[in-house]
Design a protein around this ligand. Structure first.
Ligand code: HEC
Ligand code: HEC
Ligand code: HEC
Ligand code: HEC
Ligand code: HEC
Ligand code: HEC
Length: 348
C-alpha cells in the first residue's frame, strides 16, 4: 500500500511539471474601467426580520397556540390519511386550501404527504410575512352542498366549509313530494361532523308535522358562532377552549367562558345542558325504535339498504344527522326537537 501511494505521488508531481512547461506566458494587467451608474433605491425594509419577530419573537404566541392545537382532534384525530380527491377537501390541509371558497367538491388529484388541519389551513401564514397573516384563509358565506341554502355566521364561516353535510347519491329527497327512493349504502346520510348545517337549521329532511321549524336563538345571537363557544378563552392548561377547539375537556367538564356573556349563572347552565341533552337523547331513542320497527334500521341501528318512502328515508337521515352532530341539542335545540318529533310522527 505504502509503495502504491508513493508511486501515485511521484506520478502527480511529474504531471504538474510537464503541464506547467506547456503554459504560454500571460501579459501585464490593463488599466481599471470607468465606474458604472448608481443602482435603483432598495425597498423600505420589506420582509425584514423585524416583521418575523412579531410572530416568532419572545412573546411565544405561536408556541402557546401550538401547545393547545396539539391537543385538538384536528391534530390528533388521525383521519388526515383520507387523502383521495373527494375526502381531501376537508380531511387534508392542502386539499382544503386548493378548493377553499370555490365550493369545489374534489381536488384535482390525490394529496401526497397529507397534513391535518393546522396553522396554514386556517391562517394566511407567510403570505405577506407580517402580523396581517393571522387573517383567516376564508370567511366568505357558505352555500351548503345539501339543500343549497347560504349561511353567514361571520368568522365561523371558516368552520362551515368542512363541518357541513356531504352530498350523497341518491340525494336527500324533497319532503314536499311523495315517492320512493332506493338506498344501496348502509352509510347513506349527511356524513360525520355536519354540525354547521344543523347549527344553522339547514341540510335536514323537513317533513310536515305538528312542531314548527324554528332555530334556537344561538343560531343568530352567538356572534361568530362556533368560535365563541369552542375557542373561548382557556382557563390555563390545554384541556378546553382556545386552539383545542373543545368546548368540554376530555373528562367532560364544560368550558363556560364563552357562555357567560348570556348565561350568567353557570350552575344553572350546567343543569340546563344536562336537561336538554337528556330530552334529545330520549327523542332519539323513540325515533330509533320506530326505525327498527319499520325495518329501516337493524338491531344495531345501522341502515338496511332497500326501497323506502321519502318520509322513511328522511327520518333515517335526520336520526343520523342529530347523532353525528354530537351536541345532543345544545347547538340548535328548537330545530333538533322539531326534526325528531316530526320524524317520529311521520313513522306512526
Ligand atoms: C403571522 C405570523 C408570522 C410571521 C409574520 C412570520 N411567520 Fe414564520 N411561521 C408562522 C407560523 C404560524 C408557523 C408555523 C409554526 C410551526 O409549524 O411551528 C411558521 C413557521 C416558520 C418556519 C418553520 C418552517 C415552516 O415553514 O413551517 C420558519 C423557518 C419561519 N416561519 C420563518 C419566518 C421568517 C423568516 C419570517 C419573516 C420573513 C416569518 N417566518 C414570519 C407565523 C409567522
Ligand atoms: C379543513 C376542514 C376543517 C375546518 C376548516 C375546520 N374543521 Fe374541525 N374538523 C375537521 C375534521 C376533518 C375533523 C376530524 C379530524 C379527524 O378525526 O382526523 C374535525 C374535528 C373537529 C372537532 C373535534 C370533533 C370530535 O369528534 O371531537 C371540533 C370540536 C372541531 N373540528 C371544531 C372546528 C371549529 C370550531 C372550526 C372553525 C374554527 C373547525 N373545526 C374548522 C375539519 C375541519
Ligand atoms: C381550524 C382553524 C384554525 C387552526 C387549525 C388554527 N387557527 Fe389560529 N385561529 C383560528 C380562529 C378562528 C381564530 C380567531 C380569529 C379571530 O377571532 O379573529 C384564531 C386566532 C389565532 C390567533 C390570534 C390572532 C389575532 O388576530 O390576534 C393566533 C396567534 C393564532 N390563531 C395562531 C395559530 C397557530 C400558531 C396555529 C397552529 C398551531 C393556529 N392558529 C391554528 C382558527 C385556527
Ligand atoms: C365536508 C367535509 C368532509 C368531507 C368531504 C369528508 N369528510 Fe370525513 N369528516 C368530516 C368531519 C368534519 C369529521 C369529524 C366529525 C366529528 O368528529 O364530529 C369527519 C370524520 C370522518 C371520519 C371519522 C368518524 C369517526 O367517528 O371518528 C371518517 C372515517 C371519515 N370522516 C371518512 C371520510 C371519507 C372516507 C371521506 C371521503 C369519501 C370523507 N370523510 C369526506 C368532514 C368531511
Ligand atoms: C352555543 C355554544 C356552541 C356553539 C355556537 C357551537 N357549539 Fe359545538 N358544541 C357545544 C356544546 C356544549 C357541545 C357538547 C359538548 C359535550 O357535551 O361534550 C358541542 C359539541 C360539538 C362537537 C362534538 C365534539 C365536541 O367537541 O364535543 C363538535 C364537532 C362541534 N360542537 C362543532 C361545532 C361547530 C363546527 C360549530 C359551528 C357551526 C359549533 N360547534 C357551534 C357548544 C357550541
Ligand atoms: C349570545 C348569547 C348566548 C351564548 C353565548 C350562549 N347561549 Fe345558550 N342560550 C341563549 C339563549 C337566548 C337561550 C334561550 C333561547 C333559545 O334557545 O332560543 C339559550 C338556550 C340554551 C340552552 C337550552 C336549549 C333548550 O331549548 O333546551 C342550552 C342548553 C344552552 N343555551 C347552552 C349554552 C352553552 C353550553 C353555551 C356556551 C358553550 C351557550 N349556551 C352560549 C343564548 C346564548
Amino acid at each position: 500500500m505504502k509503495m502504491n501511494n508513493l508511486f501515485v505521488a511521484i506520478l502527480s508531481l511529474a504531471m504538474i511539471f510537464s503541464f506547467g512547461a506547456c503554459q504560454t506566458e500571460i501579459g501585464p494587467a490593463g488599466p481599471a474601467g470607468p465606474a458604472g451608474p448608481a443602482g435603483p433605491a432598495g425597498s423600505d425594509g420589506q420582509n425584514g426580520a423585524e416583521n418575523c419577530v412579531d410572530c416568532h419573537g419572545g412573546n411565544q404566541l405561536i408556541t402557546a397556540k401550538m401547545f393547545q392545537w396539539e391537543n385538538s382532534v384536528h391534530a390528533t384525530g388521525g383521519h388526515y390519511e383520507r387523502n383521495s380527491t373527494s375526502c381531501a377537501i376537508c380531511h387534508t390541509s392542502q386539499g382544503f386550501l386548493e378548493v377553499a371558497g370555490t365550493g369545489g367538491l374534489a381536488t384535482a388529484a390525490t394529496i401526497n404527504d397529507p397534513l391535518p388541519q393546522n396553522c396554514y389551513t386556517c391562517h394566511q401564514i407567510h403570505n405577506t410575512y407580517t402580523s396581517a397573516d393571522w387573517a383567516l384563509t376564508t370567511q366568505d358565506p357558505v352555500t351548503f352542498w345539501v339543500g343549497g341554502e347560504t349561511r353567514d355566521i361571520g368568522k365561523a364561516n371558516l368552520c362551515l366549509n368542512c363541518h357541513q353535510a356531504r352530498p350523497r347519491d341518491p340525494a336527500l329527497p324533497n319532503p314536499a313530494e311523495t315517492g320512493t327512493i332506493t338506498l344501496t349504502s348502509s352509510s347513506w346520510g349527511p356524513h360525520h361532523g355536519a354540525q354547521g348545517t344543523l347549527f344553522t337549521g339547514a341540510g335536514a329532511y323537513k317533513t310536515q308535522g305538528s312542531t314548527p321549524y324554528e332555530n334556537s336563538l344561538h343560531t343568530t345571537l352567538v356572534e361568530n358562532g362556533c368560535i365563541t363557544c369552542h375557542m373561548a378563552p382557556v382557563d390555563g392548561g390545554r384541556a378546553a377552549g382556545g386552539h383545542t377547539f373543545r368546548v368540554a375537556s376530555e373528562d367532560g367538564s364544560l368550558n363556560t367562558n364563552g357562555c357567560v356573556q348570556c348565561h350568567t349563572d353557570t350552575d344553572a347552565l350546567e343543569l340546563q345542558v344536562v336537561a336538554t341533552q337528556a330530552e334529545i337523547d330520549d327523542l332519539m331513542t323513540q325515533l330509533a325504535d320506530k326505525l327498527v320497527a319499520a325495518g329501516i334500521f337493524n338491531a344495531s341501528l345501522k341502515l338496511v339498504p332497500g326501497d323506502y318512502t321519502y318520509d322513511q328515508a328522511g327520518a333515517a337521515w335526520n336520526y343520523t344527522f342529530v347523532l353525528e352532530d354530537k351536541s345532543f341539542g345544545v347547538h340548535n335545540a328548537k330545530f333538533t326537537r322539531a326534526l325528531l318529533k316530526n320524524s317520529i310522527e311521520a313513522l306512526q
